[in-house]
Every structure is written in structure tokens, then in C-alpha cells.
Design a protein around this ligand. Structure first.
Ligand code: S3P
Length: 172
């Protein structure tokens, strides 16, 4: 049985939101997107908050939302923003709530391709060099997740979600 909440982490463009939704469908559990919750509460998207108030302010808001989403037990599956798991305080909160973390590990090329295709501007990945530096810097932190799931360009969200359910069956 899936008893622990599941938090999906990974770099921008790894497909966290779609995989969380698909996982929710397969397991018949509610999935929420942390960034969407922030946008709903604050009336601005994370990217707008970063651009207007700076990244530090966004991280404060994000940490509050990590705590509140887990505490409310609102959803069983949470898609985090790309930076959420890289902040020590958030990792502590997620662990304290006993949530199980899944890292979607996609190659940088795939992430960059998707970042470029995304309609919303990403203030933390304005150039390829900036995005790649962040990707390399964050990898060791994503490694701290409970489960790593490799993501390839030709894989659908459905296939990736199946890989996750296959893995967590015994560990949850
Ligand atoms: C961020 C990723 C974004 C969003 C914000 C910061 C990051 O989410 O939370 O722009 O630091 O990597 P996605 O990973 O869903 O793009």
C-alpha cells in the first residue's frame, strides 16, 4: 500500500508535473504541483515572484508552501519546483513528514530542450550555460532523494509513472 506522501523532485524540464499527475491517475491519488499552489495563494507565478521580488523571497514562499502542502495532507503526490529539494530546510521538512522522494533524472540536453520549448520564461535558466551550471551544481543534492528514476527523451509520462509504481510497491 502507498501510505507515505510522494514528492517528485528533479531539474526543470524533467517532467515532474506531468509525471506526478500521471502517477496520481495510476494510483488513484490526488497530485498537486507546488508551483501551482504558490501561484494560487500569491496571485503570481513563481517566475513572476523571482523576477519581481528576487529568488530569496521566492525561496521563503516555497518553503512555507512545502510545509503547508505536506501538513495539510492535501495531496498524496507533490510535484516540487526544480529548486525546492536543493534547499536544506525543505529536505528536512520533507523528511520530517516522512514523505518518499523520487528524483526524475533526465540528461541535461533533454531538460534544456524542454526549458527552451516552455512558454514561461525561466529566470534561473536564461542561458544554456547558466542552466547547465545549475544542473551540475544540483545533481549531488538530487542524489539525496530516496529513489532515482532515469528519464529518457522517448519515454512517456505514463511509462515513467509505471517505473515509479514498480519501484515503490515494496518500499512504501
Ligand atoms: C525553479 C524551478 C521552477 C520554479 C522556479 C524555480 C528552480 O519549477 O519553481 O522557477 O529553481 O529550478 P520547474 O522545475 O517546475 O520549472
Amino acid at each position: 500500500m502507498i501510505e507515505r506522501q510522494i514528492v517528485i523532485v528533479g531539474f526543470m524540464g524533467t517532467g515532474k508535473t506531468t509525471v506526478a499527475e500521471e502517477l496520481g491517475r495510476q494510483l488513484n491519488l490526488l497530485a498537486v504541483d507546488l508551483d501551482e499552489e504558490i501561484a494560487r495563494d500569491h496571485g503570481r507565478s513563481p517566475n513572476e515572484i523571482i523576477l519581481q521580488d528576487g529568488e530569496n523571497r521566492f525561496r521563503e514562499i516555497e518553503t512555507q508552501m512545502v510545509g503547508s502542502v505536506l501538513k495539510r495532507g492535501l495531496a498524496h503526490i507533490v510535484a516540487a519546483g526544480g529548486g525546492a529539494w536543493t534547499i536544506a530546510e525543505n529536505r528536512k521538512l520533507i523528511r520530517a513528514h516522512g514523505a518518499f522522494t523520487v528524483w526524475l533524472d533526465a540528461p541535461f540536453e533533454l531538460c534544456w530542450e524542454r526549458i527552451g520549448q516552455g512558454s514561461a520564461a525561466r529566470p534561473l535558466a536564461r542561458s544554456r550555460a547558466e542552466a547547465e551550471r545549475l544542473y551540475d551544481e544540483r545533481r549531488p543534492l538530487y542524489q539525496l532523494a530516496d529513489l532515482k528514476v532515469a528519464v529518457a527523451a522517448n519515454e512517456s509520462a505514463e511509462e515513467i509513472a509505471r517505473k515509479i509504481t514498480g519501484e515503490i510497491g515494496g518500499t512504501q
